[in-house]
Design a binder for this molecule. Structure first.
Ligand code: AMP
Length: 279
């Protein structure tokens, strides 16, 4: 695997690959890689000639400095996993390779900015679009792969790509779960054994809402889901929403796609999860 830390190195390497007619797939991550990340890389390997995984803990998308501070960074383990899976390129820049001091960024992403994750993590999607814009411009991938786990992030990035006319195709890959249903996440290592058990309420509640779903009963289903999560010890709900899959506004009979999304703090760890209900 080629490992690059500077923009110049990776650009040189990729321009040669492109000149040789190779297609480029990008999997942006913040590292602490798990099977969810690796599934994105495998999907990229099926569709592209050269697969680039980036590992960059992007400071501008963290709203809580303590969360940034304690974000896991097991880089040697990550490199081993990427080599084992046959990833072609790792891009692992330092923060000052990506940002100058006092950079300003704002992109109008409409209502997605303030809904759900946007409401609980103000400024988060400005940081996400800022870094993904930079990586798309630098790497110029043909295809970029993101997880459904961060459903709202996928909509935000799709909006950015449309607004900026960026020549990249976006693919959303399914959520990888532990055997008991917990969505894989780099933050799961912070869960205590008790948190780990309590966290199962999230995927269980999503699945129950999916199996009980009735478009005429959304308000009641939502109340039941909120109660189930609030009644779970050690768990503090931020939101549970049954939303239109395109706008993330509350779903209604006109919604072509419906998705249920949840965010909750389990112990000290904030987790998100979602499930497609229809569409
Ligand atoms: P992160 O390192 O958390 O920024 O995630 C990098 C990419 O991996 C994002 O596109 C995530 O949506 C995706 N991802 C994270 N967890 C999972 C999962 N459990 N299954 C599939 N994709 C995931």
């Amino acid at each position: 695997m080629e490992k690059f830390t500077t923009k110049t190195q990776i650009q040189q390497y990729l321009s040669l690959a492109r000149a040789n007619g190779k297609t480029i797939g990008l999997v942006p991550t913040m590292g602490a890689l798990h099977a969810g990340h690796l599934s994105l890389i495998q999907q990229a390997q099926q569709q592209c000639d050269v697969v680039v995984c980036s590992i960059f803990v992007n400071p501008t998308q963290f709203t809580d400095p303590a969360d940034l501070e304690k974000y896991p960074r097991p880089i040697q383990e990550d490199i081993r996993k990427l080599e084992a899976i046959g990833c072609d390129v790792l891009f692992e820049p330092a923060v000052n390779e990506i940002y100058d001091n006092n950079e300003h960024w704002h992109l109008n992403i409409g209502t997605l900015e303030d809904l759900l994750e946007g409401k609980y993590r103000p400024g988060h999607y400005q940081g996400v679009t800022q870094v993904v814009y930079k990586f798309f411009t630098l790497i110029n991938p043909d295809v970029a792969f993101f997880g459904q786990k961060d459903y709202q992030q996928f909509l935000v990035i799709s909006r950015m790509v449309a607004l900026m006319d960026m020549p990249v195709k976006l693919i959303m890959c399914p959520i990888q779960r532990e055997a008991d249903g917990l969505a894989m996440s780099s933050r799961n290592i912070h869960l205590t054994p008790a948190d780990r058990q309590n966290a199962l309420v999230l995927s269980k509640t999503l699945n129950r809402i999916k199996s009980d779903f009735d478009i005429n009963n959304i308000a009641i289903l939502k109340q039941q889901a909120e109660a189930a999560i609030n009644n779970q010890p050690g768990t503090q709900l931020d939101y549970f929403e049954i939303a239109d899959g395109d706008t993330l506004l509350p779903a209604d009979k006109q919604s072509k796609k419906i998705v249920a999304l949840v965010a909750a703090k389990v112990g000290q760890t904030r987790l998100i999860d979602n499930v497609m209900i229809s569409g």
